[in-house]
Design a protein around this ligand. Structure first.
Ligand code: PLP
Length: 396
């Protein structure tokens, strides 16, 4: 038999999937599992958005669209970028895709050549290194340690830059750490990008979910950095629209044209009905977003306080997104209920087996000292789940 694609065979399946799959199976068997694994809002898409989709279907707006998206949606995105981010873009600089993940894929395909390096923060969102590899480039992991607020350390960052550096990924608010970069932080990164002439892929998908501070787009810090930045955003997290699959980029016209060409052959256009729903989301009332945000904020406060009260666990208070990175390094070497804990995977398995709580091991994000807990679940679940975790870490 002929061999398979070497490049694509090297794309890993998610380490985190194993635990999530096991938790799902236990739930299906009727076991009362509390899951902190969610990567999506636990709210329904607001009704005015769903109604716009139904309306589009009934009106027969169900054909292909321009491969980079409906003109009306691109206009709504330009209006949003100007109003919320002080970013003037024209419609030709916008490409709408099947989710922000697809936008990231297109962006990396558009700029990378074999041998290029792309700087990725570590802890990283699981897909970044794989998306870089899919573009024939090499992910260069740069530590963003808890001691530095889970942000890039500018000196270490500069040391990682080589003539092969093609781009850096900046993700604020961040998954998995919840960290939000300040304007000053971003200014430092922007200076490096301009000085060494590389692109910035700015993943702003969690923009709306900030509880302290404000969101700044790195592209808004000057004309030079704007020209080097590909802004990535989408509907999933802000509007509870993960399943609708709409994301977008804002970039130079040249990069946008390449992304549009790639997309025209790969997927034609993003789902037409979901595009109509997205217009309603961007133009519509923001009350539902504010309500979600308020709920997330309350849960975050509870979660952070509770975790820091549990012996041997600690966490930094994240400013955004809906994740908390729990430092579990003090547990390493300890024996809990007959089980020696030496890694985040051990601990995650131990929690699932002993108290039926599912968390995501940090090993999946390149950071074995942590487990990630999502608070995109009800306050009742959070209370019960943390009660069980406390029980599990105090079982001798
Ligand atoms: N970027 C980050 C950091 C994410 O966490 C996610 C989703 O989990 C995405 C991008 C992709 O979102 P979507 O493809 O649903 O728009």
């Amino acid at each position: 038999t002929k061999s398979l694609s070497t490049k694509n065979r090297n794309i890993s399946t998610s380490v985190t999937l194993a635990i999530t799959a096991k938790a799902k199976k236990m739930k299906a068997e009727g076991i009362d599992v509390v899951s902190f694994g969610a990567g999506e809002p636990d709210f329904k898409t607001p009704k005015h958005i769903s109604d716009a989709a139904v309306d589009a279907i009934e009106k027969g707006f169900t054909g292909y669209t321009d491969s980079s998206g409906l003109p009306e949606l691109k206009k709504a995105i330009c209006d949003k970028l100007l109003k919320d981010n002080h970013l003037p873009y024209t419609a030709e600089e916008i490409v709408v895709s099947n989710g922000a993940k697809h936008s990231l894929f297109n962006a990396l395909q558009a700029i990378c050549n074999p041998g290029d390096e792309v700087i990725v923060p570590n802890p990283y969102w699981v897909s970044y290194p794989e998306l870089v590899k899919l573009a024939d480039a090499t992910p260069i992991l740069v530590e963003t340690p808890e001691s530095n607020g889970f942000k890039y350390d500018i000196q270490k960052l500069e040391k990682a830059i080589t003539p092969k550096t093609k781009a850096i990924i900046v993700n604020s608010p961040n998954n998995p750490t919840g960290t939000v970069y300040t304007k000053n932080d971003l200014m430092e990164i922007a200076k490096l990008a301009v000085k060494h002439d590389f692109y910035v892929i700015s993943d702003e998908i969690y923009e709306e979910l900030i509880y302290e501070g404000e969101h700044v787009s790195i592209a808004s810090l000057g004309e030079e950095i704007k020209n080097l930045t590909i802004v990535v955003n989408g509907m999933s997290k802000a509007y509870a629209m993960t399943g609708w699959r709409i994301g977008y980029t804002a970039s130079s016209k040249e990069i946008a044209q390449i992304m549009k060409n790639i997309q025209s052959h790969a997927t034609s256009n993003p789902n037409t009905i979901a595009q109509y729903a997205s217009i309603a989301a961007l133009k519509g009332d923001k009350k539902a977003i504010q309500e979600m945000k308020d709920a997330f904020s309350t849960r975050r406060d509870y979660m952070v306080d509770k975790i820091n009260s549990i012996p041997n666990l600690s966490c930094r208070k994240p400013e955004g997104a809906f994740y908390v990175m729990v430092n579990i390094s003090k547990l390493f070497g300890q024996v809990l209920n007959g089980r020696r804990i030496t890694s985040s995977i051990d601990f995650a398995e131990y929690l699932l087996d002993s108290v039926k709580v599912a968390v995501i091991p940090g090993a999946g994000f390149g950071s074995d000292d942590y487990v990630r807990l999502s608070y995109a679940t009800s306050l009742d679940n959070i209370k019960e789940g943390l009660r069980r975790i406390e029980e599990a870490v105090t079982l001798a």
